[in-house]
Ligand binder design. Structure first.
Ligand SMILES: Cc1cc2nc3c(=O)[nH]c(=O)nc-3n(C[C@H](O)[C@H](O)[C@H](O)COP(=O)(O)O)c2cc1C
Ligand code: SF4
Length: 521
């Protein structure tokens, strides 16, 4: 099997046909540069040059209405007032019957306060109870409709106070079924709903070889739940819905259902039937509702901590599962089937062509999955408690996602492309965001974790203010460790609310306990 470190010495991207961009990762050391210790944009640019990491970065910020980040966009007659988007981020803090709590509302208010004019989905909201990723995930149905309406209004209210106009604010709701990652009833008890057997992922949740697959009839019922959910979203004022196709959840799993028979697996046409039938139904019940898709545009095989470099409670760097007996690799989307630690953008290109045919212009480009290859999906220096150490410099992960968005933007200039994975850039996020939009690598810069830590950052950038360095997300991953320890998500290290609350004390206790266990082991 190829050595992952050797393989990732050079990562190539087909940026436009016949032009290859190379991003060089340095794999000899597991100690990567801490961006918080890099002083000045010039030093950062020098660092990118030295390691041949092709991330655009402007030395100077352009202020006022001339800033590329302040330029409005148009979507089918609607104006989107600037180039910042807020990615969906759930907080594991809904009620057992799927309604938002005060914590949920606080997060949505923060999204509104950011000043970003595109709110991509708020957070993943399950269309049915069995498709919830955790027992505290929001649900959309008649019982929760008024609460979700209030959540949206709270966001708008906060946005009005912080940024003035709300006419140019576009708000979507991310609709999902969690599929393989469903855990609707009890924390820590997975209840997967799967489309096909997976050579690596089934074992991770202890599935037997005869575990029941979703039938075509089950799938049709789920599609109808998406139609009902979209109608409610439309009636309570959301501008668009996102039919989630990322991160290993059900929509994403359809795209890799090569080994499934029946109407929803095998050919590209069958693997995208779910999307087409969802969209067809949505258009018939709510013709004026916009539809968007968040997509994991590329992937690699599942990773796990290297056992030779792990100790109890202390996972080592990530390595890929041994895929030698699983070639050609038929369980992925956007992955090279002969060398599945490499990405392949042909799948995403075919999929975006379909979106264009379906007159879907809103596309949010993400990658991989937080469950099986988080370094691809969410570049991080400090992994969550059950993760693995980064197997590459997280900047390479940022570059990979940025290049993917760029390629897709070049191939589909009429689509409105939101890019992902900017948070890891920390102090240099403003300079990279400006350059990326100016050079048309993406239409909008999507922000995830950074907004949990520092909600006002987009507004501060647009106002030409220097970001407050103490509030920048440094990718400590507590927002992931907390829910995996049974607590709501949030920025425990930097958001004073969590730091001071009982939740902060609880998370510290859990982490101390884990450290003690490790020491004893
Ligand atoms: C706490 C947390 C919750 C998330 N929830 C969702 C979600 O509900 N839907 C989704 O598509 N992505 C979700 N993500 C992924 C983010 O939207 C985003 O893709 C990722 O964090 C990378 O962007 P960033 O580098 O700006 O953080 C979540 C991420 C975090 C940290
Ligand atoms: S807990 Fe806060 S600092 Fe850590 S990754 Fe999440 S948002 Fe960033």
């Amino acid at each position: 099997m190829p050595n992952y470190e050797q393989c990732y010495q050079t990562i190539s991207f087909d940026v436009v046909p016949n032009v290859w961009f190379t991003v060089r990762a340095w794999m000899t050391s597991q100690t990567y540069l801490h961006l918080g210790s890099v002083h000045g944009v010039q030093a950062f640019q020098g660092h990118l040059r030295e390691y041949n990491i092709a991330i655009p970065c402007d030395a100077e910020m352009i202020e006022g209405t001339n800033s590329p980040l302040a330029k409005p966009l148009e979507l089918n007659g609607r104006r989107i007032g600037n180039r910042f988007a807020i990615h969906p981020m759930e907080g594991w803090d809904g009620t057992i019957d799927g309604k938002p709590t005060e914590l949920t509302e606080r997060r949505w208010r923060n999204f509104g306060r950011s000043g970003a004019k595109l709110i991509w989905g708020g957070e993943a909201v399950a269309v049915r109870h069995d498709g919830r990723a955790n027992p505290n995930q929001l649900l959309i149905n008649e019982h929760t409709r008024d609460d979700l309406a209030r959540l949206r209004e709270a966001l708008i209210d906060e946005h009005r106070q912080a940024a003035g106009s709300t006419d140019d604010l576009l708000i979507g709701l991310q609709l999902t079924h969690s599929g393989r990652y469903s855990q609707p009833n009890i924390k820590g008890r997975p209840e997967p709903r799967i489309l096909y057997y997976h050579p690596f992922l089934d074992k991770r949740v202890g599935l037997s070889s005869d575990y029941a697959l979703l039938t075509d009839g089950d799938i049709r019922e789920i599609i109808e739940a998406f139609h009902r959910a979209a109608l409610i979203a439309h009636q309570i004022g959301f501008d668009f819905i996102d039919v989630k196709h990322c991160h290993g959840y059900l929509g994403h799993e359809f795209l890799s259902a090569h080994t499934r028979g029946g109407d929803y697996g095998g050919s590209f046409e069958n693997r995208t039937r779910f999307l087409r039938e969802v969209v067809e139904g949505v258009r018939s019940v709510a013709p004026s509702l916009e539809v968007g898709v968040r997509l994991s545009a590329f992937d690699v095989v599942p990773f796990r901590p290297d056992p030779t470099r792990s100790s109890p409670g202390k996972p080592g760097p990530g390595i890929p599962e041994d895929y030698n007996n699983a070639l050609p690799y038929r369980w992925g989307f956007g992955v090279d089937i002969n060398n599945p630690i490499e990405c392949d953008l042909d799948d995403a290109t075919q999929f975006l062509s379909l979106l264009q045919d379906l007159k879907i212009r809103l596309v949010n480009v993400s990658a991989g999955s937080p469950y099986y290859n988080p370094h691809i999906q969410r570049p991080t220096l400090f992994p969550p408690s059950d993760g693995y150490l980064p197997p590459e410099d997280p900047l390479v992960g940022v570059a990979r996602q940025m290049h993917c968005a760029r390629v897709l933007k070049q191939r589909f200039p009429d689509l409105l492309i939101v890019g992902t994975a900017y948070t890891y850039l920390q102090d240099f996020l403003p300079n990279v965001a400006q350059a990326a939009v100016r050079e048309n690598w993406a239409d909008c810069v999507g922000l995830g974790r950074m907004v949990l830590a520092y909600p006002e950052l987009p507004l501060h950038i647009l106002q030409g203010r220097r970001p407050d360095r103490k509030r920048l997300c440094r990718t400590f991953s507590d927002c992931t460790t907390a829910p995996r320890s049974g607590l709501p998500s949030g920025c425990y290290p930097l958001d004073a609310f969590y730091k001071k609350s009982e939740l902060g004390a609880q998370l510290s206790e859990i982490k101390d306990l884990n450290r003690k266990k490790t020491a004893e082991a």
